[in-house]
Design a protein around this ligand. Sequence first.
Ligand SMILES: Nc1nc2c(ncn2[C@@H]2O[C@H](COP(=O)(O)OP(=O)(O)OP(=O)(O)O)[C@@H](O)[C@H]2O)c(=O)[nH]1
Ligand SMILES: [Mg+2]
Length: 159
Amino acid sequence: MTDFCKVFFLGDSRSGKTALISKLVGRPYTDYRMSVGLPKTRLEANGVHFELLENPGNDGFSSNTRLFYRAAQLIVLVFSLSSQDSLEGIKRWLGEIRQFARPDVPLVLLGCGQGERLIAYEEASAQAQREGLVYTEVQLAESLDSEQVLLWFYRQIHS
Ligand SMILES: Nc1nc2c(ncn2[C@@H]2O[C@H](COP(=O)(O)OP(=O)(O)OP(=O)(O)O)[C@@H](O)[C@H]2O)c(=O)[nH]1
Ligand SMILES: [Mg+2]
C-alpha cells in the first residue's frame, strides 16, 4: 500500500515557506520571490509519497485553496523568528483553518530562523500551547537533515 503525506504550509509572506520547502527537496534558493498560485512539490522519502503545498502569504484566496485545506493531512503554520508581525499573523491563518480544514487535522507551528532572533523559543512555544499546536523550529542558514524533518512530519499524522 502506498503511503501519502500531504503537508500544507501556511504563513505570512517571507515567513520562510519556499525557503524551507527548497531545503527539504534540495533545490537551491537564492533571492526572495513572492510565490503565486499554490506551488506543489512532490517527493518520495522512506517509501512515503510527500506532497508539499505552499499557500503564498500575499496571493489571493482561490477556489483551489479550499480544496487544499480539506486535503491536507498536516498543516504547518510558518512564521519568521525575526518578525513579530509574522507570529501575530498566525491568528489569521488559524481562522482560515477553523473555517476550511478538517477539524481533526494535526497542526504544527514552525519558527523559521532567518538571521537575528527577535522571538524567544519560550514565547513562541507558549503561544503554540495556548492554540493547541505542536511547536518546532528550523534555521534556514543551517544545513538540515531533510529525511529527518519529513519523517517528523509523517509522525505528526500517524501518532
Ligand atoms: N538569514 C537568512 N535568510 C534567508 C535564508 N534563506 C532565505 N532567507 C530569507 O527568508 C525569507 C523567506 O522567503 P520565502 O521562503 O521565499 O518566503 P515565503 O514564506 O515563501 O513567502 P511568500 O511566497 O511570499 O508567501 C526571505 O526574506 C529570504 O531572503 C537564509 O539561509 N538565511
Ligand atoms: Mg513562497
